[in-house]
Design a protein around this ligand. Structure first.
Ligand code: HEC
Length: 254
């Protein structure tokens, strides 16, 4: 069996027979590199398939007028983001440059700082403890940053998260897209509120049914928000407003 795998794979360069190498070893080229390459190729194919079947869409169009938007970095940078909060004003350079640089440098220098042959984690208490503590510290910072961001969003309230369309917390499919109200919406409102209610110039209307019923919506739409949104949202008659309002009231999203 073992012999079988050691045969040369057609198309790869010839290499010396394994018996010329000390037992328990194998030539770096091509044996080892070939294995590395196969694993790499499998990973790449898996990754490509994963991306194909889990497409990540773009987020909503950025709206520079939206002052309620709270920017927050991706999760893997949250710990750095949190760290810099502890260094206000001119000290911010400590959180952004000095401390990360020291940590990175220490990691780079580790092979020179600790030159003993011991490799078992328990036999290297200082190195192990430093690393474990650093990782725990990073996890803790990430957690605190996430909690603080959640608290900030909650403080804004659901009201404030919608105008501007950026932070629309609701998501989900548009309810009843065949409704007559939906057609009127597509003609009159989608330019500002997005073809799928996702918002663009105007706020997202996803989940608007959670906050307003048809009567309230009729009222809001009839008045509009001059000058940003015209009265009746550009519709011709109150009858049409009613139809759109009834359809929007059905938009109850998470
Ligand atoms: C010219 C752009 C524009 C058009 C067209 C428009 N809107 Fe708006 N709409 C806005 C803007 C901007 C706001 C936010 C106003 C504000 O908060 O000051 C808004 C707010 C709203 C709100 C309140 C949202 C909330 O979260 O409280 C509703 C409901 C709404 N629009 C429905 C409609 C409907 C229905 C139509 C079509 C009949 C429509 N709009 C057409 C720009 C538009």
């Amino acid at each position: 069996m073992a012999e079988h795998y050691r045969e040369r794979i057609p198309g790869t360069p010839r290499f010396k027979r394994d018996k010329e190498y000390p037992p328990g070893t194998e030539p770096f080229f091509p044996n080892f590199l070939l294995k590395e390459w196969i694993v790499g190729a499998m990973f790449l194919v898996g990754f490509i398939l994963w991306v194909i079947f889990n497409p990540v869409g773009l987020e909503k169009v950025a709206n520079p007028e939206d002052t309620t938007f709270i920017p927050v970095p991706d999760w893997y940078f949250l710990f750095l983001y949190q760290l810099l909060k502890y260094f206000p004003g001119k000290y911010v350079v400590f959180g952004t440059v000095v401390i990360p640089a020291i940590a990175t440098l220490a990691l780079l220098l580790a092979p020179w700082l600790d030159r003993r042959k011991e490799r078992h984690p328990f036999k290297r208490p200082i190195a192990t403890a430093t690393m474990v503590l650093s990782v725990l510290f990073m996890i803790w910072l990430t957690y605190v940053a996430a909690e603080e961001h959640k608290a900030e969003l909650a403080k804004q309230g659901p009201q404030a998260t919608t105008p501007g369309g950026q932070q629309g917390t609701a998501s989900g499919p548009v309810v009843d897209p065949e409704d007559e109200g939906a057609k009127l919406y597509a003609q009159s409102c989608s330019g500002c509120h997005g073809p799928n209610l996702e918002g663009s110039f105007g706020p997202s209307l996803l989940g608007i049914g959670n906050r307003m019923n048809a009567a309230q919506l009729s009222d809001v739409i009839s008045k509009g928000f001059p000058p940003k949104m015209p009265a009746r949202g550009g519709l011709q008659s109150d009858e049409q407003v009613k139809k759109v309002a009834e359809w929007l009231a059905k938009q109850k999203q998470k």
